[in-house]
Design a binder for this molecule. Structure first.
Ligand code: PEP
Ligand code: MN
Length: 260
């Protein structure tokens, strides 16, 4: 695989001494829920708040997100609590007004092959969280990153979020092999999404530990004050107590494996 210099040389600067933790609900639901989650995340020193305003749902009858109203909620929470916001962009037409609020533009698994969208986010100055398509080879995933980088934006974080295999017990199969592979091939940071990677909340903690042990730079985790009440992806959403346990675990693992 031939990767251009642009992808090999540059790096994003959102990473520090600890693994990057991005947490929050699958979808932005309403102001009060988002605020309660935000207050709890603040106590855990989580700096990156996730929440989808535009939801790519498998069924057109499922909750599609609050759309621009969701972005307004994220804007208010950001201004009041000082989070960095991570949210998915589904459509080129939404970039213009998302850009003032969202710090990290997420490209979802279904859009990894959407080359016009990749090119468009490549023309922004935002950090791009590029999720691996559930059917993508590692090479296809890196080529998608290359599409973004070639437009001038190399501030890309790769996100392994599980691929589709014959296994049905879990929603996806988290491909931890991919972590050392992309770290050997590129200088890009890699975060892992154990929520979509497993689809089961009881598996989020063990797979978070495994991801950091395999060399991931961070995690994106679906967390909610009342997971059973979450509008989307409830079965894989954890509560804030579980999130605290995970953060404690992965900070320790990260320190241990990154000792000079
Ligand atoms: C999400 O993060 O809520 C999401 C829809 O992710 P993915 O694109 O990985 O399914
Ligand atoms: Mn989700």
């Amino acid at each position: 695989m031939k990767l251009k210099r642009v992808l090999r040389d540059k790096n994003t600067d959102v990473f520090q001494e600890k693994p990057l933790i991005i947490a929050g609900p699958c979808s932005v639901e309403d102001y009060d829920t988002m605020e309660e989650i935000a207050v709890n995340l603040k106590e855990l020193n989580v700096e990156y708040l996730r929440g989808g305003a535009f939801k790519p749902r498998t069924s057109p009858y499922s909750f599609q997100g609050l759309k621009d109203e969701g972005i307004e909620i994220l804007k208010d929470i950001k201004n009041r609590y000082g989070f960095k916001i991570v949210s998915e962009v589904l459509d080129i037409r939404d970039i213009e007004y998302m850009i003032d609020v969202v710090d990290v533009l997420q490209i979802g698994t279904r859009n990894m092959y959407n080359y016009p969208l990749l090119k468009e986010v490549g023309q922004t100055k935002k950090t791009i969280l590029l999720k691996r398509a559930f059917s993508a080879t590692i090479e296809e995933w890196l080529n998608a990153a290359e599409y973004i980088a070639l437009e001038g934006n190399s501030d890309i974080i790769l996100c392994e979020r599980g691929i589709r295999t014959f296994e049905t017990y879990t929603r996806n199969t988290l491909d931890l092999n991919a972590i050392p592979v992309v770290k050997q091939k590129t200088k890009l940071k890699v975060v892992v999404d154990p929520s979509h990677g497993t689809g089961r909340r009881e598996l989020v903690r063990p797979m978070s530990r495994a991801a950091i042990a395999a060399g991931a730079d961070g995690l994106i985790i679906e967390a909610h004050i009342d997971p059973d009440r979450a509008y989307s992806d409830s079965e894989q959403t954890i509560d804030l107590k579980e999130l605290k346990l995970i953060i404690d675990d992965v900070n320790r693992i990260y320190r241990c494996i990154n000792k000079k």
